[in-house]
Design a protein around this ligand. Structure first.
Ligand SMILES: Cc1cc2nc3c(=O)[nH]c(=O)nc-3n(C[C@H](O)[C@H](O)[C@H](O)COP(=O)(O)O)c2cc1C
Length: 211
């Protein structure tokens, strides 16, 4: 088995180290964050750090790289107060990856990546029409991670749009029913498959399949 100590990691080539650290902690969520500037220019970028923060009130979070360069997603939701989180499904991966390229401020990644802007129910940020799960959020808060200058952004969930046929009777969303992909590091995309789903865990009780 390969073994790296903290000191070994420090000596690695930075790209090699980033690839290893980005990928070894597991499959990540993969979403497109869409926003609009106060001047009406839309913006789209792929993020692999969206996480569940809480369900009552419904909130999600994501990690934003340090504000040492222009960050359009950040600037836009700070201006308008809104952003959307849009699921990446298998046919979308090439276009989703392309949104990570740095375009000039006035250029919309929607046009560069071939995705369609959808404006739903008067929300101040566009959704991605091609996504089967679309979440509209309002910006709530940000927390600076002192160790590296990244920001944990907190959004309140205002709207959820789900394609027909993916929500079970108890509200659970079957992501593989609609080819939802997962990101591995920042350049690979996987198609996870649900293996099983279990009853609520109780001491000394064997988990029962509920799929
Ligand atoms: C698969 C993948 C995942 C990414 N995840 C994040 C992320 O979680 N946080 C982040 O700040 N940037 C992430 N990026 C980089 C952004 O997509 C990239 O910096 C983008 O240009 C940001 O766009 P913006 O300046 O329009 O906000 C990721 C890139 C890729 C390819």
């Amino acid at each position: 088995m390969l073994h790296y100590t903290k000191e070994d990691l420090g000596l690695l080539n930075s790209r090699y180290r980033a690839n290893m650290i980005n990928s070894c902690t597991g499959y990540k969520s993969c979403n497109l964050l869409a926003t609009q500037s106060a001047h009406g220019t839309s913006n789209l970028a792929v993020f692999n750090s969206v996480v569940h923060i809480g369900s009552n009130p419904a909130m999600l979070g994501f990690v934003l790289r340090p504000l040492t360069v222009r960050r359009d997603t950040y600037n836009n939701f700070k201006e308008t107060g809104h952003f959307t989180v849009n699921q990446v499904n298998a046919p979308m991966i090439k276009g989703a990856h392309a949104t990570a390229a740095k375009y000039d401020e006035g250029v919309s990644e929607f046009s560069k990546s071939g995705f369609t802007e959808a404006y739903l129910d008067g929300f101040a940020a566009p959704y991605v029409k091609e996504s089967h799960i679309k979440i509209g959020c309002s910006y709530k808060n940000e927390y600076k991670i002192a160790e590296n200058g990244c920001l944990l952004i907190i959004g309140a969930i205002e709207h959820i749009y789900l394609e027909d046929g993916m929500v079970h009777q108890d509200g659970w969303v079957q992501l593989d029913a609609t080819d939802t992909v997962s990101a591995v590091g920042v350049d690979a995309y996987a198609l996870p498959k649900i293996v099983d789903r279990f009853s609520y865990p109780r001491p000394d009780e064997a988990p029962k399949s509920i799929l």
